[in-house]
Design a protein around this ligand. Structure first.
Ligand code: ZN
Length: 202
């Protein structure tokens, strides 16, 4: 006999989450059934609040309760530097180092060379519009040192040079192992990679 519908539906929903396979999704559902009403109500409320109160910052595309977000509206931050990152979690990783006081741009997805419309799923067009503002003097390409990150950084570099030939383009200093993820780098290594960032040749 198959599971009752409500159980099957929730297993399907959990299975769509990253790194959650069917077995884990099943474990989540039965955990909730065993946990009792209070835990389930709390989870339910958290998810509703997430959807109701979190929006995309229309300047940097980080997720935030406000738009512009905390970083974009902080007048003490340097307005002339933009750090380009893949995901909102990367903003948190860089903030933790305490070595960066500029602003961010979250591209959300990497581009794929073989996929024409892959640009549509990113916030890269929004980035190109943003860098037309003359008060921006430097962009830091801070994507993961792996193949998708490398492909995307080369693409960005080429396009940015056309849009703003005068703009300084920098990359994180070497030190993060190839194939690694910024979000899991230790603060010292990541902080030093930001402080010692190097210019991309013209
Ligand atoms: Zn923002």
């Amino acid at each position: 006999m198959a599971y009752p519908d409500p159980i099957r539906q929730l297993i399907t929903s959990f299975s769509r989450l990253p790194s959650v396979g069917r077995r884990t999704a099943e474990r989540f559902v039965f955990h909730l059934l065993n946990a009792g009403k209070k835990d389930v109500v709390e989870l339910n409320r958290s998810i509703e609040e997430l959807i109701a109160s979190i929006r995309s910052c229309q300047a940097c595309w980080d997720f935030s309760e406000t738009s512009p977000c905390f970083y974009c509206s902080d007048m003490k931050r340097e307005r002339n530097i933009l750090c380009i990152v893949h995901e909102p979690q990367d903003v948190q990783a860089i903030e933790k180092t305490g070595k960066y006081k500029g602003r961010y741009h979250v591209i959300r997805k990497m581009i794929k060379v073989d996929e024409e419309d892959s640009l549509n799923k990113t916030k890269i067009r929004e980035l190109f519009v943003r860098i037309e503002q003359k008060d921006i003097t430097e962009v830091i390409l801070a994507l993961n040192p792996d193949m998708p990150g490398e492909t995307t950084m080369l693409f960005l570099e080429k396009k940015i040079k056309v849009i703003r030939p005068d703009l300084i383009i920098t990359r994180l200093a070497r030190g993060l192992p190839m194939g690694s993820d910024l979000q899991y780098a230790d603060e010292i290594t990541l902080g030093s990679a930001i402080s010692h960032r190097t210019g991309v040749g013209k």
